[in-house]
Write a new protein. Structure first.
Length: 402
């Protein structure tokens, strides 16, 4: 058997072993608590958390990159939530991915999405002209949707109170979701706008662990938003977008942004509490199960607002077991969903989630993330669960009393 050469001077050791407790993989006790919490273990293949941390600690950079575990990891942090040494798997995996990315060793789709975003402002490659054309077309239809010929889906209106940052799916295959969000803003009776200068909420620099790209993409949101003079940046339902733009933003850009950041469910709940938005729960006269996106829940403490909003719009909210900080990833996190070659793999990584969905005995589930929404929909179909999957804000829009 070949001996594995340990390299304590490696690039990854340098990145990880000089850090404080929580980032320092040399502190690892090899206790395997992490491995017992990784839900990939209930399926097949997948990452081995303890092994990832040990390989990182021992400087086995290339062996770790070649193992494939880095890109299978869902970066969900379920494993290291209870790590006795406070080691965070997202830090370890993102640092290791950054080394692979420096050599161009990242999934092709993610590479293309990053290029599109940096060059055009949109991961799908939508140009600013196409963005304006799409929004103006949706706006024309919107007049009929709310039966008001003054209604519109505005873009690039300086001085608006809210700037809505959509998910790329809302500008492509799910335009109806954008209209649904438009209805919520319409009912709030406040000024709002979209912007052609930073069209979507994603930040794939976070997936590949490149701090410079993550910052550049964050600034592509911050600078035009500040130029428009908005009060609040309203994020579409996106797990990693929320984690980057709400939870980590100040750390990433090194200063406070000139606006507040809220997700669309958080904003709707605020306006419901003020008595401005009213919802009719009879529109959904059944219980709806709720899925915690890892990036919003465990990684950003965003547990309650989506649940509270959902509860106003249906007969009741049913918890998956386990949930909140112990919640199980949909199986598409960490960029796995964004890589079109992973469909088969995602049905394996998502099996524990599919089991949770089935155990509810319900026909409806909601998640405040359009990526989880897509993955849960595919799981429902693949495992024949016959569960309808919605986003929380889409449910709220359907229940809206105009
Ligand atoms: S739980 Fe923490 S200390 Fe234990 S093996 Fe995993 S990373 Fe190491
Ligand atoms: S998939 Fe989640 S639980 Fe498993 S190693 Fe990655 S971060 Fe940890």
């Amino acid at each position: 058997m070949d001996c594995v050469k340990i390299n304590m001077e490696s690039e990854l050791s340098r990145l990880l072993n000089n850090l404080s407790l929580g980032d320092n993989s040399l502190e690892c006790l090899t206790c395997s608590a992490c491995s017992s919490r990784c839900t990939w273990f209930e399926g097949e293949e997948g990452p081995l958390p303890r092994q990832i941390v040990r390989m990182a600690a021992l400087g086995l950079d290339q062996a770790l990159i070649d193992s494939g575990m880095l890109w299978d990891c869902l970066v969900c942090n379920r494993c290291t939530q209870e790590c006795p040494m406070g080691i965070q798997m997202d830090v370890v995996v993102r640092k290791a991915r950054s080394l692979a990315a420096a050599d161009g060793q990242i999934p092709e789709d993610i590479k293309t999405g990053i290029k599109n975003k940096l060059e055009l402002g949109d991961v799908n490659g939508l140009t600013k002209e196409e963005f304006v054309e799409t929004v103006e077309w949706v706006s024309e239809e919107f007049v009929d949707d709310v039966d008001d010929d003054q209604a519109e889906i505005p873009h690039d209106v300086a001085g608006s109170k809210f700037l809505y940052l959509p998910n790329p799916r809302e500008l492509g295959i799910n335009l109806l979701h954008l209209t649904a969000m438009g209805k919520l803003f319409y009912a709030m009776k406040e000024t709002w706008t979209l912007s052609a200068f930073h069209t979507d909420v994603t930040n794939w620099g976070y997936f590949v662990g490149k701090d410079d790209i993550t910052r550049e993409m964050a600034m592509m949101v911050v600078e035009p938003a500040e130029k428009l003079g908005i009060e609040t940046l309203v994020l579409s339902e996106c797990g990693h977008g929320y984690h980057v733009l709400k939870y980590l933003l100040e750390e990433i850009i090194g200063r406070k942004p000139g606006f507040k950041v809220m997700s669309i469910p958080e904003l709707c709940l605020e306006y419901a509490k003020k008595g401005v938005l009213k919802f009719d729960p009879e529109v959904h006269p059944y219980e709806i199960a709720y899925h915690d996106p890892c990036n919003i829940a465990r990684k950003s403490n965003g547990y309650e607002a989506p649940r509270e909003l959902l509860a106003l719009c249906c007969k009741g909210v049913k918890e998956l077991v386990p949930n909140r900080k112990d919640g199980i990833c949909c199986g598409g996190g960490g960029g796995l969903l964004q890589d079109s070659t992973t469909t088969k793999k995602r049905m394996i990584s998502g099996k524990p989630k599919a089991d949770q969905m089935k155990a509810t005995g319900l026909k409806h589930i909601a998640a405040p993330c359009l990526s989880c929404h897509r993955q849960l929909g595919e799981l429902s179909k693949h495992y024949k669960l016959e569960m309808k999957v919605d986003t929380v804000a889409a449910i709220a829009s359907e229940s809206l009393v105009l």
